[in-house]
Write a protein that binds this ligand. Sequence first.
Ligand code: EAX
Length: 360
Amino acid sequence: MKKFKKCIGIALACSMAISLAACGGGSSSSSGGSSGASSGGASSAAPSGEVKTLIAAHTLDTTHHVHQGFVKMDEVLQDISGGTMKLDIYPSSALGDEEPVLETQSLGGGTIDLSSPSGNALQPFSSEFLTVDFPFVFENYDQVWKFYDGEFGQYLFDSLEGTGLKGIAWWDNGFRNLTTTNKEIHTADDLKGMKIRTMSARVHMANFNALGAAATPVPFAELYSALQQGVADGQENPIANIYGNRLYEVQKYIMRTRHVHDPQPVLMSQDSWDGLTEEQQGWVMQAVEEATQYMRKLSADEEEEKLQKLQDNGMVLVELTPEEHQTFVDKTKDVYKEFESEITPEGLELYFKAVEEAKK
Ligand code: EAX
């Protein structure tokens, strides 16, 4: 399995190198003059006068707070490095889906330096990341950021050691909500037999199967057309993603289930990181920290506004009563048990302790 994945990763790295060259990414993009500042130069620091360009990839649209986070990071990076470092940002799955992008990053070589995937895309690299998808754990952002900025967030990043990936920040995707094409959902029973698109994340799939639906994994880039063609009867995503991908054109109802919070960590290729000077590493960390504060605030601030825009565009908001909401909680309360044996005892203990702390 491992070997097989590596082959895919290498094939992807090659095809991405070609597509990057075709897009004019990498070497030709330095604003500071030299054409030598490229994605291929990760193993040595850029000589003076050259601009070190980091390639950043994500799956979201340009209105999304993840994209805006990278834009902010680029601004800060250019500013504090005196114009010697910058980002080239590839949104909307331009360089591929989250897991293949991570595979490419993990192989090094600077084809892709940075990405910000859903936390669960890291599960093939560290099974400790299965915990991030456990349903109905956090109720608000205070709890979420206390949790990820604390000991367990660091533990998850540490668990990536040796994978070729380095976690440098915890960004936000958002709390996920259910939408459907033509059926109003009030209780878990209403979901029986419905095909619900999920990410290919195993806990998400188990969650929707436990609710009586048939979890149907589809890559994010294909979600709109999958819904349009009736491949699935509904899907689940944070409000910003539903809005940014115009899912209101193919979905009628939105239920505020907030069934799981989805962290969107920022990952750097370890090889790219190791190729930076200490000073450059310091700039990257300062830039990503400023971008983190910025994007978290943007995400929270824009949620209600984007929910209103979904309704302005014809979606019907279904607010669940506490009793209705509880039916979803009850049906999924044992989902985490299916995955416990894959997580280290040390990790599980730390996880439960950190959840309790975050909710105090
Ligand atoms: O990580 O696939 C999804 O539904 C995710 O929310 C998206 O790719 C952002």
